[in-house]
Design a binder for this molecule. Structure first.
Ligand SMILES: *Cc1c(COP(=O)(O)O)cnc(C)c1O
Length: 492
């Protein structure tokens, strides 16, 4: 594996490098035939969320809760103190969160959305505007569920998959200022500041931007709540790309990022290398007190928040491992290894490559499909049938509907995400994935569009069902693909 951006300044600059761990236990994968996969995706309503994992070969649906724990984390599981109240694992985790993230108060939750729920309920009043640097599905859902109105304040470059801006997660200070002018600071309960913005393709914020946007908000008395789910990955990009940070440790960059803000919600299923867990951490004493009161209602006592003692122990150990330089370099290096292969073959991907996955621009990959035929959803189904690789749609299905008009929201990005679990797959798996995507890219006209035949009320992408616009038999045989739509040769 060679990768220039990750090797500069290391002794490895002219040598290949490999994963900084070895495999101690293996999990067998089931190999399937194309016919079995055709059947499986049909039964799943062409929604990769509804596939059984035993039908999947390489699972790139998400990096959420899918990472491999270390031997030390597994050893920690045996140290679970399953007391209902005051578990020693809680205190270990609290101390770890304080050490690495720096906030004063820590409240565990069963996962990230549990923390988002508490924060939204405690801070947002009906009609409030809640600005964010793009949205995340569950975050926005909880904000809207309590009457908040989400306002996107990310820089325009984030919506352009070809922009090479190194910090596409940045907040546009002009947009933030004009929101404050328009609605008044007292109708803005907080800025929801996401690190390594998921929906933009895993794109980081710069320290400069975090510092200045926090200064602007604080000037107006508006707190900044970090969605620090992928803050460690963001810290690594700051180290690589932002002048003045090359010599700093990822751990110290993370601490500095958090130090500008007032609190955070975290899904520990990402950076923190565990299969379940999350937390809310805040500096404000009063907010912490109210959160401790509310967590009892929805998650569990404030010293376990829906988690077993062993889960909290694994999380404490995982957080410490997550900021280690060799870990984070290899983690993002693997994502970029796959991304580089796709870029070399001309596959349209979101640039620059992000932290947790490679995002393919399905609108450009499948130019013959109109947005109403869900190009990204269609591509996830086709990729699965081709090779058993499971990916996720991040486009019009995920965006959902406008809560007021009930119209489909048409996001500027129609993407599929190849999300890489941490420490799970090898470079050889990445080669298999790249070959499958490239194969499909050579004959996109064989891929049929989809129509939605079942639409759930909430977060529809999880459970919606589809059917091909063109019957599967026609697509499978590739019969006269030209007559189905034909490839648009003028597409760049
Ligand atoms: C996954 C995720 C969440 C939600 O966390 P869960 O643990 O899945 O509930 C929130 N924000 C971001 C950025 C995420 O990636």
């Amino acid at each position: 594996m060679k990768n220039k951006e990750h090797e500069e300044g290391t002794a490895l600059s002219d040598r290949s490098w490999a994963e900084p761990y070895k495999i101690k236990m293996v999990e067998h994968l089931r190999m399937t035939t194309p016919e079995q996969r055709e059947r499986a995706i049909g039964e799943a309503g062409y929604n990769t969320f509804l596939l059984r994992s035993s039908d999947v070969y390489i699972d790139l649906l998400t990096d959420s809760g899918t990472s491999a724990m270390s031997d030390r984390q597994w050893a920690g599981m045996l140290l679970g103190d399953e007391a209902y109240a005051g578990s020693s694992n809680f205190y270990h985790l609290e101390e770890t969160v304080r050490e690495f993230y720096g906030y004063k108060h820590f409240i565990p939750t069963h996962q990230g959305r549990g923390a988002e729920h508490l924060l939204s309920r405690l801070c947002i009043r009906p009609g409030d505007s809640v600005p964010g640097n793009m949205y995340f599905t569950t975050t926005r859902h909880h904000q809207e569920a309590v009457g908040g109105v989400f306002v996107d304040v990310i820089i325009d470059e984030a919506h352009d998959p070809e922009s090479e801006h190194p910090f596409k997660g940045n907040v546009d200070l002009g947009k933030m200022r004009s929101l404050i002018d328009r609605v008044g600071a007292d109708r803005i309960p907080y800025l929801s500041l996401e690190t390594n913005v998921n929906m933009a393709g895993g794109q980081p914020c710069s320290m400069e931007n975090i510092r200045s946007v926090c200064a602007l908000c604080h000037e107006h008395g508006i707190p900044v709540q970090l969605d620090a789910t992928r803050a460690v990955e963001n810290a690594y990009f700051i180290k690589l790309r932002e002048p003045g940070f090359a010599g700093r440790s990822v751990a110290s960059i993370l601490r500095e990022m958090c130090s500008h803000t007032d609190g955070c919600t975290i899904s520990a299923k990402k950076d923190s290398l565990v299969n379940i867990g999350g937390f809310l951490a805040v500096n404000d004493d009063d907010l912490a007190e109210r959160a401790r009161n509310l967590v009892v209602v929805y998650e569990g006592l404030h010293t376990y928040g829906g988690l077993a003692g062993r889960d909290m122990e694994a999380m404490a150990i995982g957080i410490a491992e997550s900021v280690q330089e060799d870990h984070i370099r290899a983690r993002i290096g693997q994502v970029h290894y796959l991304g580089q292969k796709l870029m070399d073959a001309g596959v349209p991907v979101v640039r620059p490559l992000g932290g947790h996955g490679v995002f393919i621009d399905a609108a450009r990959f499948l130019p013959h499909l109109p947005p109403e035929q869900f190009p990204a959803q269609s591509l996830t189904a086709a990729l699965y049938v081709d090779s058993g690789v499971r990916s996720m749609e991040r486009g019009v299905v995920s965006a959902g509907r406008d809560p007021k008009t009930c119209e489909n929201l048409l996001p500027s990005l129609e993407l599929i995400r190849l999300t890489i679990p941490r420490r799970v797959y090898t470079q050889a798996h990445m080669d298999v994935v790249a070959e499958s995507v490239i194969e499909l890219f050579k004959r996109p006209e064989h891929i049929s569009g989809l129509r939605m035949v079942y639409e759930p009320e909430h977060l529809r992408f999880f459970q919606a069902r589809f059917q091909p616009v063109v019957p599967a038999s026609v697509v499978a045989t590739g019969a006269d693909a030209q007559s189905i739509g034909g490839r648009q040769e003028d597409e760049q």
